[in-house]
Design a protein around this ligand. Structure first.
Ligand code: FES
Ligand code: FES
Length: 156
């Protein structure tokens, strides 16, 4: 498979993709939460689609494009969604943030100007035990505004 733009070979295994990413490839952006596909902490992109890596067998994503949080941006060049989360201080413990960010970016790949209602619906399956949902939604809305203005500048 290709992980964050790099070809990667791993043994064909039914082990969850999350396990291979974290244990074998040392990519700790995706988090282990419920392990049952119900919290979103482990979300990665498979061919640009938000996917819960704790319930996907690694053999099922052979040859696919995988993006983890590490593939979105870096401290020197955050993805606009990551930057908005930081600027909006949308975190308490931070454990859910990988899933929130990856889910939000997947939405923006499909829909460049989502309404607040659409953002809320998209993130409704991502759980935050700290109750930071209001700040998280504000962060995504900030990212939407910033990305729209970047788009406008690039078109001028
Ligand atoms: Fe994968 Fe909860 S750890 S959905
Ligand atoms: Fe703690 Fe969301 S900030 S789980």
């Amino acid at each position: 498979m290709n992980v964050n733009g790099r070809p990667v070979s791993v043994p064909r295994t039914s082990a969850p993709l999350l396990q291979v990413l974290r244990n074998d490839l040392r990519l700790n952006g995706p988090k282990y939460g419920c392990g049952m596909g119900q919290c979103g902490a482990c979300t990665v992109h498979v061919d640009g689609v938000a996917t819960r890596s704790c319930v996907v067998p690694t053999s099922g994503v052979a040859g696919r494009l995988i993006t983890t949080l590490e593939g979105l941006g870096s401290r020197d060049a955050w993805h606009p969604v990551q930057a908005a989360f930081e600027d909006a201080q949308a975190a308490q413990c931070g454990y859910c943030l990988n899933g929130m960010v990856m889910q939000a970016v997947a939405l923006l790949l499909r829909e460049s100007a989502p309404t607040p209602q659409l953002v809320k619906a998209e993130l409704s399956g991502n759980l935050c035990r700290c109750g930071t949902h209001v700040e998280i939604l504000k962060a995504v809305e900030l990212a939407v505004i910033r990305m729209a203005s970047l788009q406008t500048v690039s078109e001028e």
